[in-house]
Design a protein around this ligand. Structure first.
Ligand code: AMP
Ligand code: ZN
Length: 464
């Protein structure tokens, strides 16, 4: 598989460090509120990456954290008169409810920052011991960005540009920092805020150091893929690299993947701009699955514009997938040993194209097109296909949907045995041209809430 590496700005062949296993770290949410539709993009995209790697036979170690301490959480807790932990645990649950709804697999490990304070302190200690960190008068500990010669290598910004960067306009933090590019790894305790003991006094970790420490603990000092939204490239990921590579003396992540923005009226959907819909709001109206479909309908690095109309189109496309799956079930129930296997040949071609597209930097948009080509062929050829070929085609269809994480709301519309028996008696009556009995059996089925339809492939029973 080739993936676009933000570091090299090129598509590169993905070669994992450990044979047969890929290790991925995806920056998770700060759990102070419901997630919005923009936040659902990295969730769905990198879950699909994980599913695809699994489908190709790789074992995936997937770590995605939860930031459960920071200014936003502290402010929310103050506003609501509850503890920071209470806010964090409440919204962590809501986040997981949405992630489950979107059919995002739970991470192999979901570390919480507040449960890794020892690892964070150990990393800061290494940074300070090696001369990359210093404590300011107020007790904060900062990272000396300019001391790391490669600072800026991910965002491709040079330090002079960085100094003019909006993100750094906070300047010298009232004289606490030696240089505007420096950033906090440890923040001295303020009254009424959660704080932990450390060699630098009571305080709490900075945001960037959390990910450096948790990735190291769960994936090792060097691992395969680090991912997140494009807005994390600078400063978050740049700072993670500086901290980790200076402390550990080795490459941090080998591949960097970033999803493009989900926009609304051509502007990034964000909490701060106020132009957002929560995933929950949309799911209550349309269900979760169209949101997931929508995220996969474009290439993950392209901008994606959100409207309710597009979401409705996604819902309609999903309906086509569900209908096709029902058609497959029905054809399977009625398939015989005779028939041809043209459909299977086509299905294998579509699967090969699906893989080719996914191998090309996770092109889910074109992979979906391959699935719809398969849908078209199933709908036209299923009735003339033999049972074995149909069975294999169904397996291919299900496997591709599983990779995309779609079609997870299939109703298990089990037809009770007595209903199937009634329908079979009716078919027999019809074959014997006993129309009166056939009609009576149809009425019986009708009274029990089932309709039977005579199709070229045989009788089709469904609930009214
Ligand atoms: P945050 O809670 O803001 O740190 O965001 C959690 C994840 O969602 C990060 O990977 C962000 O990059 C990503 N994200 C936030 N807003 C958007 C957006 N509008 N489009 C795509 N990704 C986003
Ligand atoms: Zn992170």
């Amino acid at each position: 598989m080739r993936i676009y590496n933000t570091m090299s700005r090129e598509k590169e062949e993905l070669e994992s460090m450990h044979p047969g296993q890929v290790r991925i770290y995806v920056c998770g949410p700060t759990v102070y509120n419901f997630i919005h539709v923009g936040n659902a993009r990295p969730l769905c995209v990198f879950d699909t990456m994980r599913r695809y790697l699994t489908y190709t036979g790789m074992d995936v170690l997937f770590v995605s954290n939860v930031t459960d301490i920071d200014d936003k959480l502290i402010n929310k807790a103050k506003d609501q008169g509850v503890s920071v932990q209470e806010v964090a645990r409440t919204f962590e649950k809501e986040y997981l409810r949405d992630a489950d709804g979107l059919n995002v697999l739970r991470p192999t490990v979901m570390p919480r920052a507040t449960e890794h304070i020892d690892e964070i302190i150990a990393l800061i200690r290494d940074i300070v011991d090696k001369g990359f960190g210093y404590q300011s008068e107020n007790g904060d500990v900062y990272f000396r960005a300019k001391k790391f010669p490669e600072y800026g290598k991910l965002s491709h910004l040079v330090l002079e540009e960085l100094e003019n960067n909006r993100e750094l306009s906070a300047g010298l933090d009232g004289g606490l920092k030696e240089d505007a590019a420096d950033f906090a790894v440890w923040k001295a305790a303020k009254p009424d805020e959660p704080a932990w003991d450390s060699p630098w006094g009571k305080g709490r970790p900075g945001w960037h150091i959390e990910c450096s420490a948790m990735a190291k603990k769960h994936l090792g000092a060097t691992f395969d893929i680090h991912a997140g939204g494009q807005d994390l490239i600078f400063p978050h990921h740049e700072n993670e690299i500086a901290q980790s590579e200076c402390a550990n003396g080795q490459t941090f992540a080998r591949y960097w993947m970033h999803n493009g923005f989900l926009n609304i009226d051509d502007r990034k959907m964000s909490k701060s701009l106020g132009n957002f819909f929560t995933v929950r709001q949309i799911a209550e109206e349309m269900g979760y699955e169209p949101i997931r479909y929508f995220m996969l309908s474009a290439h993950y690095r392209s901008p994606l514009n959100f409207t309710m109309d597009i979401l409705k189109q996604c819902q309609a496309s999903l309906e086509r997938l569900y209908t096709c799956r029902e058609n497959l079930d029905f054809a399977l129930e009625n398939a015989g040993e005779t028939g041809n296997s043209d459909l299977l040949t086509k299905a294998e071609e579509h699967e090969a194209r699906f893989r080719e597209k996914m191998d090309d930097d996770l092109n889910t948009a074109d992979a979906l097109a391959a699935v719809f080509d398969l849908v078209r062929d199933i709908n036209t050829l299923a009735a003339e296909t033999d049972r074995q070929a149909l069975q294999k085609t169904a397996e291919i269809f299900d496997a591709l949907c599983e990779v995309l994480g779609l079609l997870y709301n299939r109703k298990s519309e089990e037809i009770p045995v007595e209903i199937t028996e009634l329908a079979q008696q009716r078919t027999k009556a019809r074959q014997e041209k006993n129309w009166a009995l056939a009609d009576e059996l149809r009425d019986q089925l009708d009274n029990q809430g089932y309709v039977v339809e005579d199709t070229p492939a045989g009788p089709k029973i469904s609930k009214k």
